[in-house]
Design a protein around this ligand. Structure first.
Ligand code: 3PG
Ligand code: MG
Length: 401
């Protein structure tokens, strides 16, 4: 992996530093409901402020499609941001480029923070437009990208801007890249992957990349039904993509060639419908009744997964094993999460997980801080698992020469 610069390589004192963060946080009626993404930017912000930097924060919010939309303003983030910065005042500019931004930057002193309005209020952001990137670049002396979760977007603040100013990865970006490298690019073997979630069709490229890189591929969630069906196992009324049979066969063939073992559920928790605490049974996957649907892996399967992970050194996890949001169909995910946390604590497994649903499932299982690393990213984590080069990461590497 080509190296990238970090905050340690920049002389930031007294400089105007443009920091690309991902403040695309959940909000309801103008109130931030989960500040995790702001919290995860703090190490970078604190590091820069301690060193007497003028910090200028750039972020997108939602998908305004190139037009200003008051409902997607970043202004509601000011208060939570100030609270997390222990009462430090944060200035705000009504626009991320032009006079409002330039005036706000001119008023900024060393050790102060300015938040610019939503980048996506300008079409040039998503279009990765040179003129827009130039307008952003004018505002700063240095560029820091701390938004791994947006690194899969070739947008101006992520890509073009990194090519216009001396650039470095922020602490969160650095942490993400270092852990991801240990997990898939340069891992200790054997490597396992757990892939769950509803559909094979959304994770085709991911599965194709993983069979080449891991020695054990555990498939759970709705997509396991598609695999079972492709193997001629009837899955009753379960969620299943019947038209994906050929694709599954192709993945299985590639796995065999690459010596990757695919582990599918052998038993399942079935019910007539998906509802909290609805009557349910555990059956062997060969015995799923016509009118029942598979909603979780069974206890035999989670035990098999636990055992097989015990022989692995590295794990990458994306996707829950069952319908984890509805009890008791979170049981399989919880049991395996607990086993992963234990193996990690014993120093036997390096465990890395990511993806929106996965993080919620692991939080519910109570293991978030017991894995080696949980990524803050959703889509970017998936594209990384697909083996893709993320434009934001590539730009940082290129700028390091
Ligand atoms: C995310 O929330 O996944 C990132 O902020 C990227 O947002 P986007 O999917 O709208 O580009
Ligand atoms: Mg998204």
């Amino acid at each position: 992996m080509t190296a990238f610069r970090t905050l340690d390589d920049l002389d930031v004192a007294g400089k105007r530093v443009l920091v690309r963060v991902d403040f695309n946080v959940p909000m309801e009626n103008g109130v931030v409901t989960d500040a995790t993404r702001i919290e995860r930017a703090l190490p970078t912000l604190q590091d820069l402020l301690k060193r007497g930097t003028k910090v200028i924060l750039l972020s997108h919010y939602g998908r305004p499609k190139g037009k200003a939309d008051p409902a997607l303003s970043l202004r509601p983030l000011l208060q939570p941001l100030e609270n997390l910065l222990k009462g430090r005042k944060v200035a705000f500019a009504e626009d991320c480029i032009g006079a409002p931004a330039e005036e706000a930057v001119a008023q900024l002193n060393d050790g102060e923070v300015l938040l610019l309005e939503n980048l996506r209020f300008h079409e040039g952001e998503e279009a990765n437009e040179d003129a827009f990137a130039d307008s952003l670049a004018k505002l700063g002396d240095l560029y820091v990208n701390d938004a791994f979760s947006t690194a899969h977007r070739a947008h101006a603040s992520v890509e073009a801007l990194a090519r216009r100013l001396p650039a470095a990865a922020g602490r969160l970006m650095q942490e993400e890249l270092e852990h991801l490298e240990k997990a898939l690019e340069n891992p200790e073997r054997p490597v396992a992957a757990i892939v769950g979630g509803a559909k094979v069709s959304t994770k085709l490229e991911l599965l194709g990349n993983l069979v080449e890189k891991v020695q054990l591929l555990v498939i759970g969630g709705g997509m396991a039904n598609t695999f079972l069906h492709a193997f001629g196992v009837p899955v009753g009324a379960s969620l299943c993509e019947k038209d994906m049979a050929e694709t599954v066969e192709d993945i299985v063939r590639r796995a065999k060639q690459a010596d990757c073992d695919i582990l599918l559920p052998t038993d399942a928790v079935v019910a007539e419908k998906l509802a909290p605490n609805t009557p349910h049974d555990v059956v062997a996957v060969r015995d799923v009744p016509d009118d029942r649907m598979i909603l979780d892996v069974g206890p035999m399967t989670s035990e098999q997964i636990r055992k097989r992970l015990g022989d692995c050194r590295t794990l990458v996890w994306n996707g829950p094993l069952g319908a984890f949001e509805t009890q008791p169909f979170d049981a399989g995910t919880n049991v395996v999460a607990e086993a992963v946390a234990d193996l990690t604590a014993e120093g036997r497994l390096l465990s890395v997980a990511g993806g929106g649903d996965t993080v919620s499932a692991l939080a519910r299982a109570g293991v978030l801080d017991r894995l080696s690393y949980v990524s803050a990213a959703g889509g970017a984590f998936l594209e990384w698992m697909e083996g893709k080069t993320l434009p934001g990461v590539q730009a940082l590497r290129d700028s390091a020469g």
